[in-house]
Design a protein around this ligand. Structure first.
Ligand code: SAH
Length: 336
């Protein structure tokens, strides 16, 4: 029985089955999720006999850090190995007032985005809730500061691994102690799953990788978008915002000559006008073997100005970790 990823009530059942008083479950959960214990032996306020029993019937599977790639800007990318030998990347971004961890949700990805490094290797498997929580615990221990924010923006498409991602979010919230509002799911826009997420009525931030305001361009750069039209996607996001009261973030990757013209900006503005949202502009980060280019600063500014003219709130992502290939779209779990 795997304990990392188990809910408190599941842990209670196990503890009771092992003949221990129920309050031990909370102690055990604290060791796993609050203190990030690497194994049962570290749980010193539990009796030696109980720890032995746990070791016999249960597992606490933590990933192994294979490499750490620190960047001069303070960002560190970690290559982690799971129990079955699969490798993923997670990124630690310490700021003065917050510590953010960017987690992966799948080994590889099936979305096939033309501009993204993760797409290159295709899809391998989903990560479990435990493996997602592990990334936060591991990077928290590595960084030596409490993690305050979690962004589901690493490798993989979170809404194509819905159940495990939602379990991880609930564990991070209730057990690890990360506020719902400090967690962001970034999705390529799996519309039916956005409806489902809306029904959970959580205070999460939803970020949509829109990247184009017309279906033709969008489908060219995001093949999986062929299944989900922009009008249906934006309608789902409007509902999400209405039900949860949370502003939706639209991420817009700027690719020189592809989607960065004033006409593109105007289309985007018209699409989003009157919705509870903001736009996060992401100038393209180079990925080896891809022919895309980052637009000039003046093109980015002109794009931004059009959106602002329409009263849309715009932020620009100042990417970190570029020098270590840890910026958006550069994760691919290569150890070279
Ligand atoms: N699958 C999810 C989350 C992972 S990607 C999603 O699609 O949202 C996180 C963000 O980085 C997405 O907006 C993604 O489109 C963007 N991204 C991918 N490749 C990029 C690149 N080369 N440069 C900049 N951003 C990129």
């Amino acid at each position: 029985m795997e304990l990392l990823g188990a809910t408190l009530s599941k842990i209670e059942t196990i503890v009771t089955e092992l003949g221990q008083p129920a309050y031990r479950a909370k102690q055990l959960a604290d060791w796993i999720y609050k203190k990030g214990a690497p194994d049962f032996a570290a749980m010193t306020n539990l009796s030696a006999e109980f720890r032995l029993r746990l070791g016999e019937c249960c597992a606490l599977s933590r990933s192994q850090v294979i490499t750490r790639s620190p960047s001069p800007d303070g960002t560190t990318k970690f290559l982690l190995e799971e129990r079955d030998g699969e490798r993923i990347e997670a990124v630690l971004l310490p700021y003065s007032e917050r510590v953010t961890v960017c987690v992966s949700t799948q080994v590889g990805c099936a979305a096939g985005c033309k501009f993204c490094a993760t797409a290159t290797g295709g899809f391998v498997r989903n990560l479990t809730a435990g493996e997602i929580v592990d990334q936060v615990l591991t990077l928290q221990a590595e960084g030596g500061r409490r993690v305050t924010n979690v962004v589901f923006m690493g490798m993989g498409e979170p809404l194509l691994n819905y159940d495990e991602v939602l379990s991880a979010i609930r564990l991070l919230n209730t057990q690890v102690g990360i506020a719902m509002r400090k967690m962001t799911i970034s999705t390529v826009g799996i519309t039916p799953m956005i409806h489902r997420l809306q029904d959970e009525n959580l205070q999460l931030t939803l970020a949509i990788s829109l990247h184009a305001a017309d279906d033709e361009t969008r489908r060219e750069i995001i093949p999986i978008a062929a299944k989900y039209s922009i009008p249906a996607l934006v309608a789902a996001c409007r509902n999400y915002a209405n039900v949860t009261g949370r502003r939706v973030t639209y991420e817009y990757l700027l690719l020189a000559g592809e989607n960065d013209s004033a006409v593109d900006a105007m289309r985007l503005a018209k699409l989003l006008i009157g919705t509870l949202c903001n736009v996060n502009l992401i100038p393209y980060n180079s990925v080896y073997g891809k022919a895309y280019k980052r637009p000039s600063a003046s093109t980015v500014n002109a794009f931004r100005a059009v959106l602002e003219e329409y009263g849309i709130e715009v932020t620009q992502r100042f990417e970190r970790g570029h020098s270590i290939s840890a910026a958006c779209g550069q994760l691919r779990a290569a150890s070279d």
